[in-house]
Design a protein around this ligand. Structure first.
Ligand code: AMP
Ligand code: MG
Length: 521
């Protein structure tokens, strides 16, 4: 197995001089060298061939002992020196001080076909940033990360990728519901791949300590290596940097809203400066369309990270990043202007995205009202988001409200049918919708094709991930393989997999792992 390695981050930025792997505050350093813990009996559960190819590895490499050793943390790849990064963050709206890669270890950067990636193990043991925790990850959460990161990529949502899922052979103690019932679970390690794992929180850390030299070093490094389109110098450079992050973050959120993804823990330490989805913890997928839903039991009371609040939180997080970068700009005005533009830009992009979901090519002013009334209507009775939008593509220009309703009725959870008033509302809305699609120039077939390209048929429903975890716990990985392949083509019909195009089964409604998840992973 041959990797084309690079060590830009560690050779250009200041290292922690202390190499003792004990939890502590680390000052004036962008990383600490740390070795992964050797697992007792690693075995490869699954690898993504496409991600392997991205970094220059073949199918044969995936099956090699080297692959298993390097990506389980058993051996260190020659010429590399793994490291963990300190970062800080606002968690659930509160300043949390130094956090850092508590259970993530960056192995190295690799270069392939002109692109560079950082390879990072998650769950490979403690680092100076582990605080009171163990640095490990359990199989259930590693499966969730591996499957979902890849599913998101194939949905066209910007995300970190997942190269491999490896069982460590060690047991990890977790109290799933934080209710005093800890139990041993299988440990696992995922290898994540991204341009870098730098977060908003990396900048917040140095800024909060007024360590401006390190803040500047990190910002300059990040721009030089990861934002090559920024050609300006001085203050302008940092403003452009912030503007770019604002834009990519906004685009990412529009994608989340399009597919019904709820991140669950949008703390500033879980926000990538690349505008890619990172840290798959207690995330979830909207089944019935409910803007107030969050899968995260830790957030049950305030629902800060509920589906409908994700755009607001992204903006709130960007304010924190702006504060962190402020010392490099020394003028609040340009940063504020960018932040002030977020709400308007979001509105425009959200509308465009929803128009696409509805199959409109022409933009009409009245679309905003049609879309708003739809999102209200979707919440009057439990309505499956994925099934609704996918089936809406079957509506014809020649349909009546009633015949159109027949095509979407599968999306409603109440088997007994809808209340008459809700039914009437649907009839009215569908009437408007049919009128609206008749104003478009393309045919029913063309519109359906357009809609099918943005309305996925298959997403990683919460209960699907849980079924996969239950089987994997018993050593059966066939469902994991099946779901991985299914979710590689989320917009294709795949009639042989129609069984995954069904509403959440009743047993999964309130089951732990399906609709409720904690941060304990
Ligand atoms: P999260 O909520 O998963 O984003 O994690 C917040 C912080 O806690 C990060 O600094 C993580 O690295 C750290 N952390 C989470 N789980 C563990 C663990 N099992 N061991 C060590 N650190 C952890
Ligand atoms: Mg995190």
């Amino acid at each position: 197995m041959k990797l084309h390695i690079q060590n830009n981050f560690t050779s250009e930025l200041p290292a922690d001089l202390n190499e003792n792997n004990v939890p502590r505050q680390v000052e004036k350093a962008c990383f600490s060298y740390v070795l992964p813990k050797q697992p007792s009996n690693p075995s490869l559960i699954h690898a993504s061939q496409e991600v392997a190819e991205f970094i220059g590895l073949s199918q044969k490499d995936i099956q090699s002992a080297d692959f298993l050793n390097v990506f389980s943390g058993n051996t260190v790849y020659p010429g590399t020196k793994p490291y963990a990064m300190p970062y800080a963050g606002h968690q659930f709206g509160n300043w949390a001080g130094q956090l850092g890669d508590g259970r993530a270890i960056n192995l190295t950067e690799v270069e392939h076909k002109g692109k560079s990636f950082t390879l990072q193990l998650k769950g490979a043991g403690p680092t100076p940033y582990s605080r009171t925790a163990d640095g490990f990850a359990v199989l259930r959460s590693s499966i969730r990360e591996h499957l979902c990161a890849e599913a998101m990529h194939y949905l066209g949502v910007p995300t970190t990728r997942s190269l491999s899922l490896i069982e460590s052979g060690d047991q990890v103690l977790r109290d799933i519901l934080y209710n005093g019932n800890p139990a041993y679970e299988k440990g696992a390690i995922v290898c994540r791949v991204a341009p870098s794992f730098i977060r908003f929180g990396n900048f917040e850390l140095f800024s909060s300590r007024n360590d401006l030299p390190t803040l500047k070093l990190l910002a300059d490094y990040t721009i030089k290596h990861h934002f090559p389109d920024i050609k300006t110098e001085g203050v302008e450079k940092y403003i452009e940097f912030f503007q770019t992050i604002t834009k990519t973050t906004l685009d990412m959120i529009v994608h989340w809203q399009r597919v019904g993804f709820v991140h669950g823990v949008m703390n500033t330490d879980n926000m990538s400066i690349h505008g890619i989805t990172i840290d798959y913890g207690p995330y979830g997928w909207l089944e019935d369309y409910d803007v107030n839903w969050t899968p995260n039991t830790t957030d049950r009371q305030h629902k800060r990270y509920r589906f409908g609040n994700q755009p607001n939180i992204a903006l709130w997080n960007l304010y924190q990043l702006a504060n962190a970068l402020y010392p490099l700009v020394n003028d609040a005005k340009p940063l504020e202007e960018i932040l002030n533009g977020f709400a308007t830009d979001y509105k425009v992009k959200y509308l465009d995205m929803m128009r696409n979901k509805l199959g409109f090519k022409i933009a009409k002013d009245e679309d905003a009202v049609l879309i708003e009334s739809l999102t209200e209507l979707l919440q009057l009775a439990e309505t499956d988001m994925t099934i609704f939008f996918r089936n809406l593509g079957n509506v014809l220009k020649s349909d009546s409200g009633a015949t159109a309703f027949d095509k979407i009725k599968e999306a409603f959870y109440n088997e007994k049918g809808l209340e008459e008033s809700v039914l009437n509302n649907w009839n009215t809305w569908l009437g408007y919708y049919i009128g609206r699609i008749n104003q478009e120039t393309f045919s029913d077939d063309e519109r359906k094709k357009l809609m099918n390209a943005v309305n996925p048929k298959y997403v990683l429903r919460n209960y699907m991930a849980q079924l996969c975890i239950d089987a994997a716990d018993k050593g059966d990985y066939s469902l994991l393989n099946e779901l991985y392949e299914l979710l590689k083509r989320p917009y294709d019909e795949q009639p042989e997999s129609q069984k995954w195009f069904t509403k959440r089964p009743d047993w999964a409604r309130d089951k732990v792992g399906c609709s409720m998840l904690s941060c304990s992973s």
